[in-house]
Design a protein around this ligand. Structure first.
Ligand code: MTE
Ligand code: HPA
Ligand code: MOS
Length: 860
């Protein structure tokens, strides 16, 4: 009889390698392994939705959008669209069989406009034609008349009119009003932090295929397959089990594909359902930029009271997000801005208020950091302003205000020392990483020496000014909506010993698939190349959360580990029975099952398994004498190659497939009281950036950046460093060159790569040093004590903005803290220079006035 499955011989000896059993399994967790698709990415072999072979009869979609920011449709005539060349179907909201509102959390996102358009570009009708070009051409034949309504286009207008998508929310700790009036010093400030386009390399795209029983298969580029599945079912008015969504990979998501991918699949599915034909919808870059959501702009204000040392005693902070036309995820995003408006600093008595402004612009949505970055900006503004006011180095002020840094003179009423570790929303900061991390980075980057050198340089350089800033990041890890903090996985072991892994997380370039595969390799102590990860698929793991909030590896890594533990439990039990040993005598090592038997029980341990002799490659045996002298009991280890043992287990009818599940412990948040423990833990990091500014033109260059990031015990250091480098550059781009420009009518003018400048290779600092904080495993029991890394590094980009302010401030000999909205384009920096010049020429003794926001240098 032939073997169950042919197994390759161990030819390690022929390859001059160690025998397999003496070689540790390859590429487990903690090893730096390149992205599993790295070669496919660079050779073009990685398949994205647009690379999939087209189906016969496939239709292509284009969508006609509103011409006005706020208008009622008074007449719509699509007859010319219908008769245009190549057109097969045209739909409006009337043609939607089921739900017409696809808002992810709250209603407000019609799949196609009912009667009132709320932003320029909002989809009104969709055309399916035999080619993308013909569909695009047909769109222009529409005859639509509008009754124009007054739009609300800015945060200021929305605040004035109390025009909100969701109610205002507040966090309160202690008595901020009293603290402000009693403080030795008090400052106020304001900033406008503009939004950001995701600019994923792969734009929004999907391809759908109708199936029998009125079902639908959807291939799409989304971070949230389960939500696409649910919404497609809802618009078609069918049950969720008839829809299958598959995502192999995205060419970047960055939050832009958490909710914004779904409308494409919904529209395509409606057309596929009507026509019975496969449908593809790939947005042009311009449509993508105009029609899909981006990072929220925020208008932030602070009022802070502090002492001689610059230590904050109380603060009142208001953050107001520009949410666009619908709630989308804005409630959670503005919450996260509020949660991070302290960044890493103890505010003591604090009131933080978050407004959700409704504007007639495209809905703001998730973007790496999810409101956190915008919230942190106000904390860093405050730090710089306090420092200038007290004529101290900003780093000193930052260090003094960090959580957990005890100051003897700050005593509570009962004379106890304030531990200074409770946030304004009641969560205690337990892992005291930042004080040490910042100290280490300051030393490694030679901060204090460079500060002296830069001050000296600026004194003798009339126009070129250098700036330096060290800014920290403390980022809360968990979805702030508790129920999303769960994940599932599915692991199969096949009879050749190969392992199939699937989980609810999606791959967008961040390296999630390889990290979770490494977890499985670790659990089974097998080589990583034994594990195949398959596309995320709603048929394999159901009811998943979006891959977001940086929680992908925390959640799915643990779910996969759970599946492995269940499989191992069955396998170990079987091994124990089979070899007549305790389960404790079975272990996995070096691609083998190892069974420890005492030498005397040798006879029992063999031959029980009725294998009909096909397992000839019975493990190598050996007697090991333990504890020379006193303990003379000898043990024998039987080494059975992984695959051989799996075949035995299969013949022994042991389950070789398991699901796994995980939910994050410890988290809770009561939105009524604004108190709780919304984050399982915090990820920390800090960056030091040095810039050179030409104060005659406002142009500048980032010269050097040093980063130290806390990733706990890294699952894969090179992947983590890639995330840190990419996140930093993306954050820097957001705060410097990426400028969204809308005209007076609310139309986006910066709608392509020629007018919207993301950072390029030349913008990376010539001296870029990224390190992981060593020997700091996560204090919480995450997967192998690692920490999330996806979003936190984006906020390290704030160091560039702060360094630019520092350089400009040098013009006033650091007496003036110049207003600087973002993006700090050269134009904006030049305005800050003018404001600083004005301060210098007016004043010798005038107090610092940070109360005046900059003229909107970034608005055209
Ligand atoms: N890295 C790449 N290359 N591409 C992306 O789209 N998205 C970021 C981050 N890093 C992103 C990325 C965002 S917004 C999040 S929330 C996390 O990855 C999601 O993945 P993770 O949870 O597995 O870290
Ligand atoms: N982060 C990212 N995405 C989310 C969150 C969050 O906290 N909550 C809901 N979607
Ligand atoms: Mo990331 S903004 O949570 O997708």
């Amino acid at each position: 009889m032939r073997k169950l499955v042919d197994l390759p011989e161990d030819d390690s000896v022929n390859n001059h390698e160690l025998p397999l059993r003496d070689r540790p399994s390859k590429d487990k967790t903690g090893k730096s392994i390149k992205h599993d698709s790295a070669e496919k990415h660079v050779t073009g072999k990685a398949v994205y939705v647009d690379d999939m072979p087209e189906y016969p009869q496939q239709l292509h979609v284009a969508v006609g959008g509103s011409q006005y920011a706020h208008a009622k449709i008074s007449k719509i005539d699509l007859s010319k669209v219908r008769s245009a060349a190549g057109v097969v179907d045209v739909i409006t909201v009337k043609d939607v069989p089921g739900h017409t509102d696809i808002g992810p959390v709250f209603p407000g996102d019609p799949v196609l406009v009912e009667s009132v358009c709320e932003y320029v570009g909002q989809p009104i009708f969709a055309v399916a034609a035999t080619s993308h070009e013909l569909a695009k051409q047909a769109i222009r034949q529409a005859d639509i008349e509008y009754e124009i309504l007054a739009p609300v286009l800015t945060v200021e207008e929305a605040l004035e009119q109390q025009h909100f998508v969701r109610p205002t929310h507040q966090h309160q700790r202690g008595d901020s009003g009293l603290a402000l009036t009693q403080a030795q010093h008090r400052l106020q400030g304001e900033q406008y932090v503009a939004g950001q386009e995701h600019f994923y390399l792969e734009g929004q795209v999907c391809s759908v295929m109708p199936t029998e029983d009125d079902g639908m298969v959807v291939y799409t580029s989304t971070q949230h397959p389960t939500e696409v599945q649910k919404l497609v079912a809802e618009v078609l008015d069918i049950s969720i089990n008839k829809v299958r969504v598959e995502v192999r990979r995205m060419g970047g998501g960055f939050g832009g594909k958490e909710t914004q991918a779904a409308p494409l699949s919904c529209i395509s599915a409606i057309i596929a359902h009507r026509t019975g034909r496969p449908v593809k919808y790939r947005m042009s870059r311009e449509d993508d930029m105009v029609m899909t959501g981006k990072r929220h702009d925020f208008m932030n204000r602070y009022d802070v009271g502090f002492d001689e040392q610059g230590i904050i005693h109380g603060a009142e902070i208001v953050v107001a997000g520009k949410c666009g036309n619908s709630p989308d995820l804005s409630d959670a995003i503005v919450d996260r801005a509020m949660f991070h408006s302290d960044n890493a600093y103890y505010l003591n008595n604090a009131t933080v208020t978050g407004h959700r402004c409704k504007t007639n612009t495209v809905s703001g949505t998730a973007f790496r950091g999810f409101g956190g970055p915008q919230g942190m900006m106000v904390a860093e503004l405050m730090m710089d302003d306090i420092a200038r006011h007290l004529k101290q180095d900003p780093l000193t002020i930052r260090q003094r205000n960090l959580y957990g840094v005890e100051h003897q003179h700050i005593r509570l009423e009962n004379d106890e020392i304030d531990p200074r570790n409770e946030t304004h929303y009641g969560q205690t900061v337990e892992q005291d990483v930042l004080p040490e991390l910042i100290e280490k980075l300051a030393v490694d980057s030679n901060y204090w020496q460079r500060r002296e050198d830069i001050t000296a340089f600026n004194k003798q350089s009339p126009f070129l000014k250098k700036g330096l800033a060290l800014t920290p990041v403390k980022f809360g890890i968990s979805f702030t909506v508790q129920f999303l903090n769960q994940a599932g996985a599915l692991v199969h072991i096949y009879t050749d010993g190969s392992i199939h892994l699937n989980h609810g997380g999606t791959e967008m370039g961040q390296g999630l698939f390889i990290k979770v595969a490494q977890v499985v390799a670790e659990e089974f102590q097998v080589d990583l190349d034994r594990i195949q990860v398959s596309a995320t698929d709603t048929d394999k793991v159901p009811n998943t959360s979006p891959t977001a909030a940086s929680s992908g590896s925390d959640l799915n890594g643990m779910a996969a580990r759970d599946a492995c533990l269940r499989l191992k439990a069955g396998l170990f039990k079987f091994a124990a029975e089979q070899y007549g040993v305790d389960e404790a005598a079975v272990r996995l090592e070096n691609n083998h099952f190892v069974i420890v038997t005492s030498c005397s029980s040798e006879s029992e341990s063999e031959g029980e398994f009725e294998s009909e002799g096909e397992f000839e490659r019975e493990g190598v045996k050996e007697c090991v004498v333990e504890g020379e002298g006193s303990d003379t009991s000898s043990t024998k280890e039987q080494w059975i190659p992984f695959a051989d043992f799996i075949q035995q287990a299969y013949m022994g009818r042991v389950p070789l497939s398991s699901t796994g599940f995980y939910k994050t412990p410890k988290i809770h948040y009561d939105r009524q009281t604004g108190k709780g423990h919304p984050f399982y833990y915090y990820a920390n990091g800090a960056a030091v950036s040095e810039v050179l500014v030409d104060t005659l033109t406002g142009e500048y260059k980032l010269m050097r950046t040093d980063i130290l990031q806390d990733v706990g015990r890294s699952l894969n250091p090179v992947i983590d460093i890639g995330q840190i480098e990419g996140g930093f550059i993306q954050g820097m781009g957001w705060l410097t060159t990426e400028e969204l420009v809308w005209n007076e009518q609310g139309r986006l003018l910066s709608n392509g790569p020629a007018t919207y400048k993301i950072p390029a290779v030349g913008d990376t600092p010539p001296d870029f040093r990224v390190k992981l904080l060593e020997d700091r495993p996560n204090g919480e029991a995450t997967v192998y004590r690692s920490k999330a890394v996806g979003e936190p590094p984006l906020m390290l980009g704030i160091s560039v903005w702060s360094a630019l302010r520092d350089a400009v401030s040098s013009v006033s000999d650091y007496r003036f803290s110049p207003p600087m909205n973002t993006p700090a384009t050269p134009e904006c920096v030049l305005n800050a220079v003018f404001a600083t010049d004005a301060f210098v020429s007016q004043s010798v003794d005038v107090d610092i006035d940070v109360d005046k926001p900059a003229s909107r240098g970034n608005k055209v």
